[in-house]
Design a protein around this ligand. Sequence first.
Ligand code: SDX
Length: 376
Amino acid sequence: NPEKPTIYKGLVGVYADVSSVSKVMPETNSLTYGGYAVQDLAETCSFEEVAYLLWHGELPNAAQLEAFKAETSSQREISPALQRVIREFPHDAHPMDAIRTAVSFMGLEDPEAGDVSDAAQRRKAMRLFAKIPTAIAAAYRAAKGQEVAAPDPKHSFAENVFHLIQGRVPQPEVLKAFDVSMILYAEHTFNASTYTARLVTSSGADLHGAITAGIASLKGPLHGGANEAVMHMLKEIGDPKIAREWLQSRFDHKALVMGFGHRVYKSGDSRVPTMRKYAEKMAEVVQDRTWMEISRILADEMLTKKNIHPNLDFPAGPAYYLMGFEIPLFTPLFVASRITGWAAHVFEQGADNRLIRPLSWYTGPEQRPVPPMAAR
Ligand code: SDX
């Protein structure tokens, strides 16, 4: 028998391919998209500019940005058929399952459904990028028995999300904080959902399949679902005075503390300081420091007692809550952003594809004869 090879469980430390989309540098807690530091993009650019960067490798000039915005805002409406299907979703369905199903449905009705050429995949990505917020809002409002709002082509990406979900466009500080969250969430190398999208693409399957699978992967609490879990945790604690005691009981039970730890970063997530700054601004706008105060205590204690740092989901959870979003919408909002990174990786995988097909080391029974039914 051959010797058992090294097993890379969880693919820890494995370089599975090359990529030019983004670079994560855990030694300096930094992340770049197309060579630009993510915190610089967050402070100076709009989410639309960053989406363009991820898909084209360069930031747009003024004319390119206008054309990109015009194209997306003209594609925001979802079909009457999808609106009908969404109204039939169970009203207690999780919004992540609703958007996963809606994206899959959009694959059925896509005008270029069978075409996986690069040009067609890019047009499909543009349509999905534009329509995902509309579908998230439609499912959310239908579940509440509310009218589904029509997207407004004059709105920016961020304005449109608030208009569709909350029925209002908030003040500029809130829009900026939301846009920052979209930029920080947009892309992060070979995370679980992005690798899922690349894996699906590697068999020659289409973009809607890859994104549907990406959404399914993102939902898990070890990945994108953590931003919802963080806010449930902060609400369960409820009062900064009991935060330390609550955390100690988690330690005693060897339980996970949501929003902490990361596979790649071991000394701090590059995106956290920027997101925390904007979450703090939201606490000022709403005049409620409870969640940021509990967060501060948890982060201090996790660092001193466990040497574990928060990840992006830790400040993003309370930021979205303070922006007025209900908790089950937090991971769908992550989808509305990460579609840009997923699609960039789908294009890259498609341009230089080789089927992803690793090996497994067998640990089951030795080969044996099939017993007749009476002998089992
Ligand atoms: C995202 O990959 C990406 O880029 C993802 C993401 C993106 O942009 O796409 O950054 C977004 O998904 C962020 C992660 C959100 N998940 C959570 O917040 C859930 C809580 N975190 C953990 O479960 C965990 O840290 C992971 C899943 C994020 C990482 O898991 P690893 O790399 O497999 O690390 P591990 O679980 O083996 O942890 C190492 C040690 C363990 O202790 P020991 O067994 O060595 O004693 O650290 C401990 C863990 O128990 N630990 C934690 C902890 N995270 C790690 N202990 C308590 N609470 C935690 N959150």
